[in-house]
Design a protein around this ligand. Structure first.
Ligand code: SAH
Length: 410
């Protein structure tokens, strides 16, 4: 679970029913539980949590997916981490997100808007009934001016909102139909990829797509290549671990090296998400990597953007080390520093070139050579956070250089 998820502990359903009386009908006698195999009870829990915890009035139709709130909240909180990392570079501003296949609940844009007063959404949906309910739910919560619903069609593009050239977007998100066919469902159940309650009230359009989730998201990757930086981060959730590997391979095949892999764990159910960007904005490891990966997923994680060096040092020592580097600007705030460099002046090669008066050559390579790095000092370590840049070796050589300077000052 995401550390900011308010459902770290299972809700007390009896207490929940006092805030949302329709849930009382589903409580089991003498316990705090409800029957999770009962579709109607599941819908009622989702409605109750959205109502009590987010002041959202949501109506869910019988024959469509019932979104579990804790898992959907995990995805929104991860997106919030991504948006916050981008705001370090771009500053605070209105945020526009895209939700592909918003479903009858419109749960992502509703949660996103409730938690973030300056977020807006353009969302898509293929299914008429779901779109009708999504529209109702958006309206019931007075969010029609912040959430726009666009109809999709098959065959047709998936990232429809991005073809509006008058707009730029901060993120896209998607909970795609997971399966390619009914056999695929049976196989996944056998492989226990899904929790016992996962396949519940979904209609065919919600559960199936040609080639399953992996093919769906690979289509999104291909479309995103054409849109590039018109959207800052593209993301999708996955129900199968194998799809994560397939999509990361597609990113690499398209030379996209700025990507993130995370997981959402809720009880017995595990989901994954992948994000990628054509910008030079880098995410902290807390958002771009899984902290305790299994051997399979380890292979698909991106390299570290957060480097922690054990060191007991002082703000003064770090500041002196930074100010001694030629051509960097340093902003400091107690034990936190933000460093901007417009070229490599610290590596051995750069210093050698400088000695040979070859600065012109260094200057020529400037566009690739922009680096923003934040540095935080704590009692036991110095943490370097790559914030911006395209050149990984520049970031790594900067960290080694500063670490060496700090060590030699002791
Ligand atoms: N976002 C919701 C629903 C996810 S189910 C939730 O997380 O609960 C997947 C949704 O994608 C369904 O509503 C389905 O109708 C929709 N969908 C399937 N193919 C689509 C496409 N090509 N474009 C837009 N939506 C699509």
């Amino acid at each position: 679970m995401h550390p900011r998820n308010i459902y770290l502990q299972t809700p007390d359903f009896r207490q929940l029913a006092t805030s949302y009386p329709p849930l009382q009908d589903f409580l089991q006698p003498h316990s705090n539980l409800v029957d999770f195999q009962d579709e109607e009870a599941q819908r009622c829990i989702t409605e109750a949590l959205l109502y009590r915890d987010f002041n959202l009035k949501v109506q869910l139709p019988k024959n469509r997916l019932c979104p579990p709130v804790p898992n959907r909240l995990n995805y929104i909180l991860w997106i919030q981490d991504i948006v916050r990392a981008c705001q370090v570079v771009t500053g605070e501003q209105p945020v526009t997100g895209v939700d592909i296949g918003t479903g009858a609940s419109a749960i992502y844009p509703l949660l996103g808007c409730r938690l973030n007063p300056c977020w807006n959404f353009v969302v898509t949906e293929l299914d008429e009934l779901s779109a009708k309910y999504a529209q109702k739910n958006v309206k019931a919560n007075n969010l029609s001016d912040r959430i726009q619903i666009v109809m999709a069609s098959v065959p047709g593009p998936i990232l429809i909102p991005l073809s509006d050239t008058s707009q730029t977007f901060d993120f896209t998100m998607c909970n795609p139909p997971f399966y390619s066919s009914a056999e695929d469902v049976a196989q996944s159940l056998e492989a226990k990829e899904f929790g016992p309650n996962a396949v519940c009230t979904g209609a065919a359009v919600e559960m199936f797509t040609e080639g399953g989730e992996s093919a769906f998201v690979q289509r999104i990757v291909k479309e995103s290549v054409a849109f590039g930086t018109r959207c800052t981060w593209y993301t999708s959730m996955f129900g199968k671990l194998s799809s994560v590997g397939e999509v990361v391979d597609t990113l690499k095949a398209n030379c996209i090296d700025n990507y993130a892999v995370t997981e959402f764990v809720q009880g017995q159910t595990r989901r994954w998400a992948v994000g990628w960007s054509f910008t030079d904005i880098r995410l902290p490891d807390t958002a771009s990597r899984i902290s305790n990966p299994n051997a399979f997923i380890q292979r698909y994680l991106p390299p570290h953007n957060t480097i922690r060096q054990p060191a007991k040092t002082s703000n003064k020592v770090v500041e002196d080390a930074l100010l001694a580097i030629r051509g960097v600007s340093v902003e400091s705030c107690s034990s936190h520093f933000l460093v901007n460099a417009s070229g490599d002046t610290w590596s051995r090669t750069a210093r050698r070139k400088q000695r040979r008066r070859m600065e012109a050559e260094v200057e020529n390579s400037l566009p690739e050579m922009i680096l923003t790095c934040s540095i935080t000092i704590s009692g036991e370590y110095v943490e370097f956070q790559w914030v911006r840049g395209r050149n990984r070796s520049l970031f790594e050589s900067f960290c080694s250089h500063v670490s060496r300077k700090i060590a030699s000052s002791r």
